[in-house]
Design a binder for this molecule. Structure first.
Ligand SMILES: [Zn+2]
Length: 127
């Protein structure tokens, strides 16, 4: 789902996309001529690799995020807490891209499958 930046309404509009078994849904609205806010929930099952045995297994995701999309370079004056800033340079908000980058950051975390989590020779993992 792609939305042209200048077409984002001032009143919160609902969106929902799905990628594999992950849903990305919520509302988006314009907060200024350069900024759009996305109140989003990410939910579903996402396959990750166990960092111990390499087995693929699904983790349950249920996260809420606030994204601020900046049309062009984001000025840090506008920064608020707990927001994820996304800068776009083509005036198009691509919801799949936003979801993908969130899932990628999930991928880069450590995950341990149930088998390894319950095994006796558990090794501490530095995070
Ligand atoms: Zn494992």
């Amino acid at each position: 789902m792609k939305v042209e930046f200048r077409k984002v309404p001032n009143i919160a509009k609902e969106f929902k996309i799905s990628l594999n078994s992950v849903n990305f849904l919520g509302t988006f609205s314009r907060i200024s001529n350069k900024l759009v806010r996305i109140d989003a929930q990410i939910e579903g099952n996402y396959p990750v690799e166990c960092c111990k045995c390499g087995k693929e297994f699904a983790v349950n995701i249920d996260e809420k995020h606030i994204f601020t999309v900046s049309d062009g370079i984001f000025s840090s004056h506008d920064e608020r807490e707990n927001e994820i800033i996304i800068e776009i340079d083509d005036h198009i908000i691509n919801f799949e891209d936003i979801l993908n980058s969130e899932l990628e950051s999930l991928n880069s975390e450590y995950h341990i499958c149930n088998d390894c989590a319950t095994s006796d020779n558990f090794v501490d993992i530095e995070i």
